[in-house]
Design a binder for this molecule. Structure first.
Ligand code: NAD
Ligand code: ZN
Length: 255
């Protein structure tokens, strides 16, 4: 890999030209994924069209205020996402990351902004969902009860269960304005990584958009993979332009 130079690699429909990312036996790898890695599994990205996610204005739905004002709409949205996710399958990008983890035991950490479970279903183990998980619910009053598994697709608000404390359950999702999960662990992993690879995220949702800066401060090499440069492209050592499912298989060269 070259020093701090921004390099671009392009993919074409019939010709795929990608540089390898070499992984040394001492590298500690931190992966950050966003909605783009699940796009080829048929799950729409967040800002695919004018800030809509699957036809909904998420900035009006994914907020604590929306949950207070219109819980039926919030549950309708996340029930539909659960149904979409159950139908989707991991794509070659999810599988390539699970294979990389198997080759680098103890030196691999995956942080996803995605709420789908496609990384787990591809075989990833050491991962955190910093923005929550679609297949879990938790107490709407945050009484301290832990989140519970919940794959249910609710047809109406009256079906949504109650916590032991009596409050209505809410999706286990980090809404805009709420604090992402597992930030201490994420910061610890970033501070000791030597290679950060960011895949399919637009670089405008914080704090995730800052991770590349923290990794650079820690001296890590930083690579971005996606069909267009993210907003924070300047912060990466290398930008590989292409779809995750086409670029990731075969990208990593173990030394
Ligand atoms: P975003 O929609 O803002 O950005 C998507 C990014 O993916 C874009 O930069 C786009 O260029 C890139 N992309 C599109 N197709 C790609 C492909 N085939 N390969 C690689 N990259 C591709 O998404 P974000 O930055 O992840 O932020 C949105 C937030 O919304 C996330 O935090 C997440 O919690 C939530 N979200 C989750 C899901 C999911 O779980 N599948 C889906 C949509 C949104
Ligand atoms: Zn409760």
């Amino acid at each position: 890999m070259t020093g701090c130079r921004l390099t671009r690699t392009t993919t074409h429909e019939s010709r795929l030209t990608i540089m390898n990312v070499s992984v040394s036996p001492t590298d500690r790898i931190f992966i950050l994924t966003g909605a783009g890695i699940s796009a080829e599994s048929g799950l729409p990205t967040f800002r695919a069209s004018d800030g809509l996610w699957a036809g909904y204005n998420v900035e009006e739905i994914c907020t604590p205020e929306a949950l207070d004002r219109n819980p039926a709409l919030v549950w309708e949205f996340y029930s539909k996402r659960r149904a979409d996710c159950d139908k989707a399958e991991p794509n070659p990008a999810h599988i390539a990351l699970a294979e990389l983890e198997a080759k680098t035991p103890g030196r691999f950490f995956l942080c996803t902004q995605n709420v789908d479970d496609l990384h787990e279903r591809a075989g990833s183990h050491n991962l955190v969902h910093m923005h929550g998980e679609l297949a879990k619910s938790r107490c709407g009053d945050e009484c301290g009860e832990p989140p519970v598994e919940d794959h249910h697709v609710y047809a109406s608000l009256s079906e949504v269960g109650r916590c032991n404390c009596g409050a209505r359950m809410r999706p286990h999702i980090v809404f805009f304005g709420e604090i992402p999960l597992e930030m201490d662990r994420i910061q610890r992993e970033i501070s000791r990584c030597t290679l950060m690879v960011v895949i399919g995220t637009s670089g405008n949702v914080y704090p995730a958009a800052n991770f590349v800066h923290w990794a650079r401060q820690a001296g890590a090499r930083t690579v971005y993979i996606g069909p267009e440069p993210p907003l924070n492209a300047h912060a990466f050592t290398q930008v590989v332009e292409g779809k995750a499912g086409e670029v990731l298989p075969g990208l990593f060269e173990a030394q």
